[in-house]
Design a protein around this ligand. Structure first.
Ligand code: ATP
Length: 572
Protein backbone atom coordinates (compact mmCIF):
# COMPACT_ATOMS: atom_id res chain seq x y z
CA UNK A 1 0.00 0.00 0.00
CA UNK A 2 2.92 2.31 -0.67
CA UNK A 3 1.93 5.89 -1.29
CA UNK A 4 -1.33 5.29 0.52
CA UNK A 5 -2.55 7.40 3.38
CA UNK A 6 -1.03 6.33 6.68
CA UNK A 7 -1.61 7.46 10.23
CA UNK A 8 0.80 6.86 13.09
CA UNK A 9 -0.48 4.22 15.51
CA UNK A 10 -0.95 6.56 18.46
CA UNK A 11 -3.24 8.82 16.45
CA UNK A 12 -5.53 6.12 15.14
CA UNK A 13 -9.19 5.47 15.82
CA UNK A 14 -10.04 2.28 14.01
CA UNK A 15 -13.19 0.56 12.77
CA UNK A 16 -14.10 -2.49 10.70
CA UNK A 17 -16.14 -1.95 7.57
CA UNK A 18 -18.04 -4.03 5.11
CA UNK A 19 -18.77 -2.20 1.90
CA UNK A 20 -21.20 -4.35 -0.09
CA UNK A 21 -23.09 -3.79 -3.30
CA UNK A 22 -26.32 -3.79 -1.34
CA UNK A 23 -25.42 -2.88 2.24
CA UNK A 24 -22.51 -1.74 4.33
CA UNK A 25 -21.87 -1.92 8.02
CA UNK A 26 -19.53 -0.53 10.62
CA UNK A 27 -18.13 -2.17 13.75
CA UNK A 28 -15.64 -1.25 16.43
CA UNK A 29 -14.19 -3.13 19.38
CA UNK A 30 -14.63 -2.43 23.02
CA UNK A 31 -12.82 -4.65 25.55
CA UNK A 32 -11.83 -6.98 22.69
CA UNK A 33 -15.46 -7.52 21.73
CA UNK A 34 -16.77 -6.34 18.40
CA UNK A 35 -19.93 -4.24 18.30
CA UNK A 36 -21.82 -3.16 15.21
CA UNK A 37 -22.66 0.54 15.13
CA UNK A 38 -26.04 1.95 14.17
CA UNK A 39 -25.90 5.09 12.04
CA UNK A 40 -27.92 8.21 12.80
CA UNK A 41 -31.04 6.58 11.31
CA UNK A 42 -30.62 3.62 13.67
CA UNK A 43 -29.54 1.23 10.89
CA UNK A 44 -26.86 -1.41 11.33
CA UNK A 45 -27.24 -2.61 7.75
CA UNK A 46 -26.81 0.58 5.83
CA UNK A 47 -27.93 0.44 2.19
CA UNK A 48 -24.98 1.26 -0.11
CA UNK A 49 -26.92 4.02 -1.82
CA UNK A 50 -26.51 7.78 -2.26
CA UNK A 51 -29.31 10.08 -3.39
CA UNK A 52 -29.42 13.79 -4.18
CA UNK A 53 -32.45 16.02 -3.70
CA UNK A 54 -32.14 19.81 -4.14
CA UNK A 55 -28.41 19.58 -3.59
CA UNK A 56 -28.74 17.65 -0.34
CA UNK A 57 -26.99 14.30 -0.12
CA UNK A 58 -28.82 11.37 1.49
CA UNK A 59 -27.30 7.99 2.17
CA UNK A 60 -28.36 4.60 3.46
CA UNK A 61 -32.00 3.87 4.18
CA UNK A 62 -33.08 7.43 3.39
CA UNK A 63 -31.46 7.23 -0.02
CA UNK A 64 -33.06 3.83 -0.60
CA UNK A 65 -36.52 5.33 -0.07
CA UNK A 66 -35.73 7.79 -2.89
CA UNK A 67 -35.48 4.91 -5.36
CA UNK A 68 -39.24 5.30 -5.69
CA UNK A 69 -39.50 9.07 -6.16
CA UNK A 70 -36.09 10.13 -7.37
CA UNK A 71 -34.44 7.15 -9.09
CA UNK A 72 -32.42 9.16 -11.64
CA UNK A 73 -30.47 10.98 -8.93
CA UNK A 74 -30.00 7.91 -6.77
CA UNK A 75 -26.88 5.77 -7.18
CA UNK A 76 -27.15 2.13 -6.08
CA UNK A 77 -25.30 -1.15 -6.68
CA UNK A 78 -22.01 0.53 -7.57
CA UNK A 79 -19.39 -1.19 -5.37
CA UNK A 80 -18.61 -3.95 -7.86
CA UNK A 81 -17.85 -1.35 -10.56
CA UNK A 82 -14.79 -0.03 -8.69
CA UNK A 83 -11.59 -0.72 -10.58
CA UNK A 84 -13.40 -1.98 -13.67
CA UNK A 85 -13.59 -0.64 -17.20
CA UNK A 86 -17.05 0.20 -18.45
CA UNK A 87 -17.01 -2.64 -20.96
CA UNK A 88 -16.54 -5.19 -18.18
CA UNK A 89 -19.39 -4.25 -15.86
CA UNK A 90 -22.79 -5.82 -15.58
CA UNK A 91 -25.33 -3.01 -15.11
CA UNK A 92 -28.34 -5.34 -14.62
CA UNK A 93 -29.12 -4.06 -11.14
CA UNK A 94 -28.97 -0.39 -12.11
CA UNK A 95 -32.05 -0.31 -14.31
CA UNK A 96 -34.16 1.32 -11.58
CA UNK A 97 -31.62 3.93 -10.45
CA UNK A 98 -28.95 6.16 -12.03
CA UNK A 99 -27.48 4.29 -15.01
CA UNK A 100 -23.74 3.79 -15.29
CA UNK A 101 -22.20 5.60 -18.26
CA UNK A 102 -19.03 5.18 -20.23
CA UNK A 103 -16.79 8.25 -19.81
CA UNK A 104 -13.56 7.43 -21.65
CA UNK A 105 -13.84 3.85 -20.45
CA UNK A 106 -14.44 4.84 -16.80
CA UNK A 107 -17.75 4.03 -15.14
CA UNK A 108 -19.62 7.21 -14.24
CA UNK A 109 -23.10 8.40 -13.28
CA UNK A 110 -24.87 11.57 -14.36
CA UNK A 111 -26.81 13.02 -11.45
CA UNK A 112 -28.19 16.38 -10.32
CA UNK A 113 -26.29 16.88 -7.12
CA UNK A 114 -26.38 20.67 -6.92
CA UNK A 115 -28.97 22.88 -5.27
CA UNK A 116 -29.48 25.41 -8.07
CA UNK A 117 -32.55 24.63 -10.17
CA UNK A 118 -30.73 25.39 -13.42
CA UNK A 119 -27.40 23.75 -12.57
CA UNK A 120 -26.18 21.25 -15.11
CA UNK A 121 -26.20 17.61 -13.92
CA UNK A 122 -22.77 16.42 -12.78
CA UNK A 123 -20.91 13.45 -14.12
CA UNK A 124 -19.47 11.58 -11.17
CA UNK A 125 -17.07 8.68 -11.48
CA UNK A 126 -17.71 5.49 -9.55
CA UNK A 127 -14.56 6.21 -7.51
CA UNK A 128 -15.99 9.56 -6.49
CA UNK A 129 -19.34 7.95 -5.61
CA UNK A 130 -17.51 5.40 -3.45
CA UNK A 131 -15.52 8.18 -1.76
CA UNK A 132 -18.65 10.17 -1.00
CA UNK A 133 -20.37 7.10 0.39
CA UNK A 134 -17.38 6.01 2.51
CA UNK A 135 -17.11 9.57 3.85
CA UNK A 136 -20.69 9.26 5.10
CA UNK A 137 -19.98 5.89 6.76
CA UNK A 138 -16.90 7.29 8.46
CA UNK A 139 -18.91 10.36 9.50
CA UNK A 140 -21.56 8.17 11.12
CA UNK A 141 -18.91 6.13 12.90
CA UNK A 142 -17.10 9.25 14.12
CA UNK A 143 -20.36 10.73 15.44
CA UNK A 144 -21.16 7.51 17.23
CA UNK A 145 -17.71 7.12 18.79
CA UNK A 146 -17.39 10.82 19.58
CA UNK A 147 -13.97 11.06 17.89
CA UNK A 148 -12.73 11.18 14.36
CA UNK A 149 -12.31 7.74 12.85
CA UNK A 150 -8.99 7.65 11.00
CA UNK A 151 -8.48 4.05 9.90
CA UNK A 152 -10.29 0.87 8.93
CA UNK A 153 -9.99 -2.73 7.94
CA UNK A 154 -12.36 -3.29 5.02
CA UNK A 155 -13.66 -6.62 3.77
CA UNK A 156 -13.58 -7.54 0.07
CA UNK A 157 -14.85 -10.57 -1.87
CA UNK A 158 -12.23 -13.26 -2.49
CA UNK A 159 -12.31 -12.55 -6.22
CA UNK A 160 -11.52 -8.83 -5.95
CA UNK A 161 -8.44 -8.36 -8.15
CA UNK A 162 -5.52 -6.01 -7.55
CA UNK A 163 -7.07 -3.28 -9.67
CA UNK A 164 -10.31 -3.42 -7.72
CA UNK A 165 -8.44 -3.37 -4.43
CA UNK A 166 -6.33 -0.42 -5.57
CA UNK A 167 -9.48 1.46 -6.60
CA UNK A 168 -11.10 0.79 -3.23
CA UNK A 169 -7.97 1.93 -1.39
CA UNK A 170 -7.82 5.12 -3.44
CA UNK A 171 -11.52 5.81 -2.85
CA UNK A 172 -11.09 5.30 0.90
CA UNK A 173 -7.97 7.48 1.04
CA UNK A 174 -9.82 10.22 -0.80
CA UNK A 175 -12.44 10.01 1.95
CA UNK A 176 -9.61 10.67 4.44
CA UNK A 177 -9.61 7.09 5.65
CA UNK A 178 -6.46 5.04 6.16
CA UNK A 179 -6.97 1.43 5.11
CA UNK A 180 -5.02 -0.73 7.53
CA UNK A 181 -5.78 -3.86 5.56
CA UNK A 182 -8.24 -5.37 3.12
CA UNK A 183 -9.32 -8.80 4.33
CA UNK A 184 -11.41 -11.32 2.49
CA UNK A 185 -15.05 -11.57 3.50
CA UNK A 186 -15.05 -15.27 4.46
CA UNK A 187 -11.97 -14.87 6.63
CA UNK A 188 -13.63 -11.93 8.41
CA UNK A 189 -16.69 -14.11 9.07
CA UNK A 190 -14.53 -16.95 10.42
CA UNK A 191 -12.61 -14.49 12.62
CA UNK A 192 -15.84 -13.11 14.05
CA UNK A 193 -16.69 -16.59 15.29
CA UNK A 194 -13.22 -17.65 16.36
CA UNK A 195 -12.53 -14.49 18.34
CA UNK A 196 -15.45 -15.09 20.67
CA UNK A 197 -14.20 -15.62 24.23
CA UNK A 198 -15.86 -19.05 24.43
CA UNK A 199 -14.41 -20.21 21.09
CA UNK A 200 -11.70 -22.84 21.16
CA UNK A 201 -8.92 -22.67 18.65
CA UNK A 202 -9.16 -25.97 16.84
CA UNK A 203 -8.08 -27.29 13.48
CA UNK A 204 -11.08 -27.31 11.23
CA UNK A 205 -12.36 -27.04 7.71
CA UNK A 206 -14.89 -24.25 7.41
CA UNK A 207 -17.24 -23.44 4.56
CA UNK A 208 -18.33 -19.81 4.53
CA UNK A 209 -21.43 -19.11 2.46
CA UNK A 210 -21.60 -15.37 1.94
CA UNK A 211 -25.11 -14.79 0.63
CA UNK A 212 -25.82 -11.18 -0.25
CA UNK A 213 -28.12 -9.18 -2.46
CA UNK A 214 -26.35 -9.33 -5.81
CA UNK A 215 -23.86 -12.12 -5.30
CA UNK A 216 -23.34 -15.41 -3.51
CA UNK A 217 -19.74 -16.22 -2.69
CA UNK A 218 -18.71 -19.47 -1.08
CA UNK A 219 -15.25 -20.29 0.26
CA UNK A 220 -13.66 -23.35 1.82
CA UNK A 221 -11.16 -22.37 4.47
CA UNK A 222 -8.73 -24.47 6.47
CA UNK A 223 -8.24 -23.11 9.95
CA UNK A 224 -5.03 -24.45 11.46
CA UNK A 225 -4.04 -23.05 14.85
CA UNK A 226 -5.71 -19.76 14.08
CA UNK A 227 -4.17 -19.42 10.60
CA UNK A 228 -6.61 -19.35 7.75
CA UNK A 229 -5.96 -20.74 4.30
CA UNK A 230 -8.50 -20.23 1.54
CA UNK A 231 -8.64 -23.57 -0.30
CA UNK A 232 -11.28 -22.87 -2.93
CA UNK A 233 -13.88 -20.27 -3.80
CA UNK A 234 -16.95 -20.03 -6.03
CA UNK A 235 -18.99 -17.02 -7.06
CA UNK A 236 -22.48 -16.70 -8.40
CA UNK A 237 -24.47 -13.67 -9.52
CA UNK A 238 -27.80 -15.36 -10.24
CA UNK A 239 -28.92 -17.08 -7.04
CA UNK A 240 -29.05 -14.18 -4.63
CA UNK A 241 -31.26 -11.90 -2.54
CA UNK A 242 -32.36 -9.83 -5.53
CA UNK A 243 -33.60 -13.01 -7.26
CA UNK A 244 -35.72 -13.77 -4.19
CA UNK A 245 -37.17 -10.23 -4.28
CA UNK A 246 -38.03 -10.72 -7.93
CA UNK A 247 -39.92 -13.93 -7.18
CA UNK A 248 -42.11 -12.14 -4.65
CA UNK A 249 -42.55 -9.13 -6.98
CA UNK A 250 -43.82 -11.41 -9.75
CA UNK A 251 -46.04 -13.34 -7.37
CA UNK A 252 -47.79 -10.24 -6.03
CA UNK A 253 -47.95 -8.49 -9.41
CA UNK A 254 -49.80 -11.50 -10.80
CA UNK A 255 -52.15 -11.58 -7.85
CA UNK A 256 -52.81 -7.85 -8.29
CA UNK A 257 -53.63 -8.37 -11.97
CA UNK A 258 -55.91 -11.28 -11.17
CA UNK A 259 -57.86 -9.13 -8.75
CA UNK A 260 -57.79 -6.10 -11.06
CA UNK A 261 -57.98 -7.53 -14.58
CA UNK A 262 -58.28 -4.16 -16.28
CA UNK A 263 -55.41 -2.49 -14.39
CA UNK A 264 -51.97 -2.01 -15.96
CA UNK A 265 -49.19 -4.36 -14.92
CA UNK A 266 -47.29 -2.52 -12.12
CA UNK A 267 -44.06 -4.05 -13.46
CA UNK A 268 -44.42 -2.02 -16.62
CA UNK A 269 -43.88 1.35 -15.05
CA UNK A 270 -40.83 2.45 -13.11
CA UNK A 271 -42.63 3.65 -10.00
CA UNK A 272 -44.83 0.54 -9.74
CA UNK A 273 -41.76 -1.61 -10.12
CA UNK A 274 -39.86 0.32 -7.43
CA UNK A 275 -42.78 0.05 -5.01
CA UNK A 276 -43.10 -3.67 -5.66
CA UNK A 277 -39.39 -4.15 -5.03
CA UNK A 278 -39.33 -2.15 -1.82
CA UNK A 279 -42.27 -4.02 -0.31
CA UNK A 280 -41.19 -7.43 -1.63
CA UNK A 281 -37.89 -7.10 0.20
CA UNK A 282 -39.66 -6.20 3.44
CA UNK A 283 -42.01 -9.18 3.01
CA UNK A 284 -39.06 -11.47 2.35
CA UNK A 285 -37.32 -10.34 5.53
CA UNK A 286 -40.50 -10.86 7.55
CA UNK A 287 -40.67 -14.42 6.19
CA UNK A 288 -37.26 -15.13 7.72
CA UNK A 289 -38.81 -14.67 11.16
CA UNK A 290 -42.50 -15.51 10.85
CA UNK A 291 -44.57 -18.18 9.14
CA UNK A 292 -46.68 -15.50 7.41
CA UNK A 293 -46.01 -12.03 6.09
CA UNK A 294 -48.08 -9.24 4.66
CA UNK A 295 -47.52 -7.22 1.51
CA UNK A 296 -49.15 -3.86 1.12
CA UNK A 297 -48.61 -1.03 -1.36
CA UNK A 298 -50.57 2.18 -1.81
CA UNK A 299 -51.42 3.08 -5.37
CA UNK A 300 -49.54 0.19 -6.92
CA UNK A 301 -50.89 0.76 -10.43
CA UNK A 302 -53.66 2.97 -11.85
CA UNK A 303 -54.10 4.43 -8.35
CA UNK A 304 -55.25 1.07 -6.97
CA UNK A 305 -54.06 0.05 -3.49
CA UNK A 306 -53.06 -3.55 -2.98
CA UNK A 307 -52.73 -5.70 0.15
CA UNK A 308 -52.11 -9.41 0.47
CA UNK A 309 -50.31 -12.03 2.51
CA UNK A 310 -48.07 -15.01 1.85
CA UNK A 311 -46.96 -17.90 4.01
CA UNK A 312 -43.45 -19.21 4.28
CA UNK A 313 -44.17 -22.55 2.66
CA UNK A 314 -45.56 -20.89 -0.46
CA UNK A 315 -42.55 -18.59 -0.60
CA UNK A 316 -40.17 -21.50 -0.24
CA UNK A 317 -41.87 -23.42 -3.01
CA UNK A 318 -41.69 -20.42 -5.34
CA UNK A 319 -38.03 -19.86 -4.47
CA UNK A 320 -36.91 -23.42 -4.88
CA UNK A 321 -34.76 -22.78 -7.96
CA UNK A 322 -32.76 -20.11 -6.12
CA UNK A 323 -32.29 -22.28 -3.03
CA UNK A 324 -31.18 -25.20 -5.15
CA UNK A 325 -28.73 -22.96 -7.00
CA UNK A 326 -27.18 -22.00 -3.67
CA UNK A 327 -26.95 -25.68 -2.64
CA UNK A 328 -25.17 -26.51 -5.89
CA UNK A 329 -22.75 -23.66 -5.40
CA UNK A 330 -21.78 -24.97 -1.98
CA UNK A 331 -21.39 -28.52 -3.23
CA UNK A 332 -19.28 -27.40 -6.18
CA UNK A 333 -16.79 -25.45 -4.10
CA UNK A 334 -16.24 -28.37 -1.72
CA UNK A 335 -15.49 -30.53 -4.73
CA UNK A 336 -13.20 -27.87 -6.13
CA UNK A 337 -11.25 -27.96 -2.86
CA UNK A 338 -10.86 -31.71 -3.33
CA UNK A 339 -12.90 -32.38 -0.22
CA UNK A 340 -16.09 -34.15 0.75
CA UNK A 341 -18.97 -32.84 2.87
CA UNK A 342 -17.70 -35.19 5.59
CA UNK A 343 -14.48 -33.16 5.78
CA UNK A 344 -16.35 -30.01 6.69
CA UNK A 345 -16.49 -29.22 10.41
CA UNK A 346 -18.37 -25.96 10.25
CA UNK A 347 -20.57 -24.02 7.82
CA UNK A 348 -20.83 -20.31 8.48
CA UNK A 349 -23.77 -18.53 6.92
CA UNK A 350 -23.00 -14.90 6.35
CA UNK A 351 -24.72 -11.98 4.58
CA UNK A 352 -28.32 -10.80 4.61
CA UNK A 353 -29.78 -13.67 2.59
CA UNK A 354 -28.26 -16.11 5.11
CA UNK A 355 -31.14 -15.22 7.45
CA UNK A 356 -33.41 -17.35 5.24
CA UNK A 357 -34.31 -20.42 7.32
CA UNK A 358 -34.80 -22.72 4.32
CA UNK A 359 -31.27 -22.12 3.09
CA UNK A 360 -29.84 -23.16 6.45
CA UNK A 361 -32.08 -26.22 6.73
CA UNK A 362 -31.11 -27.28 3.20
CA UNK A 363 -27.47 -27.12 4.31
CA UNK A 364 -28.33 -29.36 7.25
CA UNK A 365 -29.47 -31.93 4.68
CA UNK A 366 -26.32 -31.62 2.58
CA UNK A 367 -23.87 -31.99 5.47
CA UNK A 368 -23.62 -34.78 8.03
CA UNK A 369 -24.98 -34.19 11.51
CA UNK A 370 -21.47 -33.70 12.84
CA UNK A 371 -21.07 -30.49 10.80
CA UNK A 372 -22.04 -27.35 12.72
CA UNK A 373 -24.36 -25.18 10.63
CA UNK A 374 -23.96 -21.68 12.02
CA UNK A 375 -27.13 -19.80 11.09
CA UNK A 376 -29.74 -18.16 13.31
CA UNK A 377 -32.42 -20.68 12.42
CA UNK A 378 -30.28 -23.76 13.09
CA UNK A 379 -28.04 -22.70 15.95
CA UNK A 380 -28.99 -20.51 18.92
CA UNK A 381 -25.37 -19.40 19.31
CA UNK A 382 -25.08 -18.17 15.74
CA UNK A 383 -23.99 -14.56 15.27
CA UNK A 384 -26.26 -12.33 13.17
CA UNK A 385 -25.11 -13.16 9.59
CA UNK A 386 -25.45 -9.52 8.55
CA UNK A 387 -22.89 -8.50 11.17
CA UNK A 388 -20.17 -11.11 10.72
CA UNK A 389 -18.06 -9.27 8.16
CA UNK A 390 -17.94 -5.97 10.04
CA UNK A 391 -17.24 -7.69 13.34
CA UNK A 392 -14.37 -9.71 11.86
CA UNK A 393 -12.95 -6.58 10.25
CA UNK A 394 -13.16 -4.66 13.53
CA UNK A 395 -11.41 -7.46 15.42
CA UNK A 396 -8.65 -7.55 12.83
CA UNK A 397 -8.37 -3.74 13.02
CA UNK A 398 -7.93 -3.84 16.78
CA UNK A 399 -5.28 -6.56 16.44
CA UNK A 400 -3.12 -4.59 14.05
CA UNK A 401 -3.80 -0.97 14.98
CA UNK A 402 -0.61 -0.63 17.02
CA UNK A 403 1.64 -1.46 14.09
CA UNK A 404 3.12 1.02 11.66
CA UNK A 405 1.49 0.86 8.23
CA UNK A 406 4.60 -0.65 6.60
CA UNK A 407 4.81 -3.44 9.16
CA UNK A 408 1.15 -4.32 8.69
CA UNK A 409 1.73 -4.55 5.00
CA UNK A 410 4.56 -7.02 5.37
CA UNK A 411 3.58 -9.11 8.33
CA UNK A 412 -0.13 -9.61 8.41
CA UNK A 413 -1.09 -9.58 4.80
CA UNK A 414 -0.32 -13.20 4.09
CA UNK A 415 -1.78 -14.56 7.30
CA UNK A 416 -5.31 -14.08 6.12
CA UNK A 417 -5.04 -14.63 2.42
CA UNK A 418 -3.94 -17.65 0.45
CA UNK A 419 -0.63 -18.93 1.80
CA UNK A 420 1.45 -21.99 1.01
CA UNK A 421 0.04 -25.11 2.59
CA UNK A 422 0.62 -28.83 2.52
CA UNK A 423 -1.91 -30.88 0.63
CA UNK A 424 -1.53 -34.24 2.38
CA UNK A 425 -1.45 -34.84 6.10
CA UNK A 426 1.85 -35.98 7.61
CA UNK A 427 1.79 -38.48 10.44
CA UNK A 428 2.97 -41.84 11.67
CA UNK A 429 1.78 -45.41 11.40
CA UNK A 430 0.55 -47.01 14.59
CA UNK A 431 -1.32 -50.20 15.41
CA UNK A 432 -4.91 -50.28 16.61
CA UNK A 433 -6.32 -52.69 19.21
CA UNK A 434 -6.90 -55.28 16.48
CA UNK A 435 -3.25 -55.08 15.46
CA UNK A 436 -4.04 -53.31 12.17
CA UNK A 437 -1.89 -50.48 10.87
CA UNK A 438 -3.56 -47.10 11.25
CA UNK A 439 -2.57 -43.56 10.37
CA UNK A 440 -2.06 -41.08 13.22
CA UNK A 441 -2.04 -37.52 11.83
CA UNK A 442 0.56 -35.12 13.22
CA UNK A 443 0.17 -32.18 10.82
CA UNK A 444 -3.29 -32.13 9.19
CA UNK A 445 -3.72 -31.54 5.48
CA UNK A 446 -4.15 -27.94 4.34
CA UNK A 447 -2.00 -26.61 7.17
CA UNK A 448 -0.37 -23.33 6.29
CA UNK A 449 3.41 -23.49 6.47
CA UNK A 450 5.69 -23.05 8.32
CA UNK A 451 4.16 -25.28 10.97
CA UNK A 452 5.40 -27.52 13.76
CA UNK A 453 3.32 -30.10 15.58
CA UNK A 454 4.02 -32.76 18.18
CA UNK A 455 1.99 -35.81 19.21
CA UNK A 456 2.57 -38.62 21.66
CA UNK A 457 1.92 -42.14 20.44
CA UNK A 458 1.75 -45.18 22.72
CA UNK A 459 4.56 -47.66 22.07
CA UNK A 460 3.69 -51.39 21.90
CA UNK A 461 2.73 -52.30 25.47
CA UNK A 462 5.79 -54.40 26.17
CA UNK A 463 8.12 -51.64 25.00
CA UNK A 464 11.42 -52.59 23.37
CA UNK A 465 12.67 -51.36 20.00
CA UNK A 466 10.08 -49.22 18.24
CA UNK A 467 10.09 -48.44 14.55
CA UNK A 468 8.49 -45.07 13.80
CA UNK A 469 7.29 -44.82 10.24
CA UNK A 470 6.57 -41.30 8.97
CA UNK A 471 4.01 -41.30 6.18
CA UNK A 472 1.69 -39.06 4.25
CA UNK A 473 -1.96 -39.64 4.89
CA UNK A 474 -5.05 -38.79 2.96
CA UNK A 475 -8.67 -39.44 3.61
CA UNK A 476 -11.13 -41.26 1.51
CA UNK A 477 -14.82 -41.78 1.95
CA UNK A 478 -15.90 -45.29 2.85
CA UNK A 479 -19.42 -46.05 1.69
CA UNK A 480 -21.39 -48.82 3.34
CA UNK A 481 -24.55 -49.84 1.49
CA UNK A 482 -27.66 -50.32 3.60
CA UNK A 483 -28.97 -53.80 4.33
CA UNK A 484 -31.49 -54.87 1.66
CA UNK A 485 -35.10 -54.15 2.64
CA UNK A 486 -37.75 -56.79 3.29
CA UNK A 487 -39.32 -57.53 -0.09
CA UNK A 488 -43.04 -56.95 0.45
CA UNK A 489 -43.09 -53.16 -0.18
CA UNK A 490 -40.44 -53.13 -2.88
CA UNK A 491 -42.49 -51.28 -5.51
CA UNK A 492 -43.53 -48.64 -3.03
CA UNK A 493 -39.89 -48.11 -2.08
CA UNK A 494 -38.77 -47.71 -5.69
CA UNK A 495 -41.30 -44.95 -6.17
CA UNK A 496 -40.27 -43.38 -2.91
CA UNK A 497 -36.67 -43.40 -3.93
CA UNK A 498 -37.35 -41.68 -7.24
CA UNK A 499 -39.50 -39.19 -5.46
CA UNK A 500 -37.05 -38.45 -2.74
CA UNK A 501 -34.29 -38.03 -5.29
CA UNK A 502 -36.17 -35.26 -6.97
CA UNK A 503 -37.39 -33.75 -3.74
CA UNK A 504 -34.12 -34.23 -1.93
CA UNK A 505 -34.05 -30.77 -0.40
CA UNK A 506 -37.67 -30.62 0.48
CA UNK A 507 -38.80 -33.95 1.83
CA UNK A 508 -37.52 -35.63 4.91
CA UNK A 509 -34.97 -38.15 3.86
CA UNK A 510 -35.83 -41.72 4.59
CA UNK A 511 -33.10 -42.50 7.12
CA UNK A 512 -33.17 -46.25 6.42
CA UNK A 513 -32.58 -45.74 2.72
CA UNK A 514 -29.34 -43.85 3.22
CA UNK A 515 -26.01 -45.46 2.71
CA UNK A 516 -23.46 -44.85 5.40
CA UNK A 517 -20.57 -42.61 4.43
CA UNK A 518 -17.58 -42.13 6.69
CA UNK A 519 -14.19 -40.57 6.40
CA UNK A 520 -11.28 -42.96 6.83
CA UNK A 521 -7.55 -42.40 6.65
CA UNK A 522 -5.48 -44.04 4.00
CA UNK A 523 -1.76 -44.51 4.57
CA UNK A 524 0.16 -42.90 1.71
CA UNK A 525 3.84 -42.56 0.80
CA UNK A 526 6.42 -43.40 3.40
CA UNK A 527 8.57 -40.35 4.11
CA UNK A 528 11.07 -41.79 6.58
CA UNK A 529 11.60 -44.46 9.19
CA UNK A 530 13.35 -44.12 12.53
CA UNK A 531 14.13 -46.70 15.18
CA UNK A 532 14.10 -45.97 18.88
CA UNK A 533 15.83 -48.56 21.05
CA UNK A 534 14.66 -49.93 24.37
CA UNK A 535 11.45 -48.03 24.95
CA UNK A 536 10.15 -48.64 28.49
CA UNK A 537 7.20 -50.92 29.07
CA UNK A 538 4.00 -48.81 28.69
CA UNK A 539 6.13 -45.96 27.34
CA UNK A 540 5.24 -43.32 24.78
CA UNK A 541 6.97 -41.99 21.77
CA UNK A 542 7.00 -38.29 20.97
CA UNK A 543 6.79 -37.46 17.30
CA UNK A 544 7.41 -33.95 15.94
CA UNK A 545 6.87 -32.85 12.39
CA UNK A 546 8.09 -29.47 11.30
CA UNK A 547 7.22 -28.23 7.82
CA UNK A 548 9.28 -25.23 6.75
CA UNK A 549 8.16 -22.38 4.54
CA UNK A 550 9.96 -23.98 1.56
CA UNK A 551 7.99 -27.19 2.26
CA UNK A 552 11.06 -29.09 3.45
CA UNK A 553 10.21 -31.29 6.43
CA UNK A 554 12.11 -31.99 9.66
CA UNK A 555 11.06 -35.15 11.49
CA UNK A 556 12.06 -35.83 15.07
CA UNK A 557 11.17 -38.66 17.40
CA UNK A 558 12.24 -39.77 20.87
CA UNK A 559 10.90 -41.64 23.82
CA UNK A 560 8.87 -39.37 26.08
CA UNK A 561 10.97 -38.50 29.12
CA UNK A 562 14.17 -39.85 27.56
CA UNK A 563 17.22 -38.00 26.31
CA UNK A 564 18.34 -37.77 22.69
CA UNK A 565 16.20 -38.93 19.83
CA UNK A 566 16.33 -39.28 16.09
CA UNK A 567 16.14 -36.40 13.67
CA UNK A 568 15.89 -36.35 9.89
CA UNK A 569 15.33 -33.78 7.17
CA UNK A 570 13.48 -34.15 3.88
CA UNK A 571 13.79 -31.59 1.14
CA UNK A 572 10.69 -30.38 -0.66
P1 ATP B 1 -24.07 -7.98 -2.26
O1 ATP B 1 -22.71 -7.36 -2.22
O2 ATP B 1 -24.10 -9.42 -2.62
O3 ATP B 1 -25.05 -7.21 -3.08
P2 ATP B 1 -24.19 -7.16 0.48
O4 ATP B 1 -23.08 -7.88 1.10
O5 ATP B 1 -23.99 -5.75 0.12
O6 ATP B 1 -24.67 -7.97 -0.78
P3 ATP B 1 -26.05 -8.05 2.50
O7 ATP B 1 -26.62 -7.12 3.51
O8 ATP B 1 -25.13 -9.10 2.95
O9 ATP B 1 -25.48 -7.15 1.38
O10 ATP B 1 -27.26 -8.79 1.75
C1 ATP B 1 -28.32 -8.07 1.24
C2 ATP B 1 -29.42 -9.02 0.88
O11 ATP B 1 -29.88 -9.70 2.05
C3 ATP B 1 -30.62 -8.29 0.32
O12 ATP B 1 -31.13 -9.01 -0.79
C4 ATP B 1 -31.60 -8.33 1.47
O13 ATP B 1 -32.93 -8.30 1.03
C5 ATP B 1 -31.27 -9.65 2.11
N1 ATP B 1 -31.69 -9.72 3.51
C6 ATP B 1 -31.39 -8.88 4.52
N2 ATP B 1 -31.98 -9.27 5.65
C7 ATP B 1 -32.68 -10.39 5.36
C8 ATP B 1 -33.51 -11.27 6.12
N3 ATP B 1 -33.74 -11.04 7.41
N4 ATP B 1 -34.05 -12.33 5.49
C9 ATP B 1 -33.82 -12.56 4.18
N5 ATP B 1 -33.08 -11.76 3.41
C10 ATP B 1 -32.50 -10.69 4.00
Amino acid sequence: MSGAKSVSPENRTVIGLTFGNSNSSIAYTVDDKAEVIANEDGDRQIPTILSYVDGDEYYGQQAKAFLIRNPNNTVAYFRDFLGKDFEHIDPTHNHASAHPKDVDGAVSFTIKDKAEEDAEPSTVSVSEVATRYLRRLVGSASDYLGKKVTSAVITVPTNFNDKQKAALLAAANAADLEVLQLISEPVAAALAYDARPEAQVEDKIVVVAELGGTRSDVAVIASRQGMYTVLATAHDYEFNGVALDKILMDHFAKEFLKRNPSAKDPRENARGLAKLKFEAEATKRALSIGANASFSVESLSDGIDFASTINRLRYETLSRTVFEGINRLVESVIKKAGLDVLDVDEVILSGGTAHTPRIASNFSNIFPQTTRILAPSTNPYAINPSELGARGAALQASLIQDYEADDIDQSTHAAVTTVAHISNAIGVVSLNAAGEEIFVPVVPAETAVPAKRTVHVAAPKDGGDVLVKFVEGNTHIKVTKPEPKPKEDKTAKVEDAADSDEESDFSDDDEEEEEKREKVWKIGNTLAEAAIRNVKKGGKVEVTVQVNADLSVILTTREVGAQGGVRGQLNA
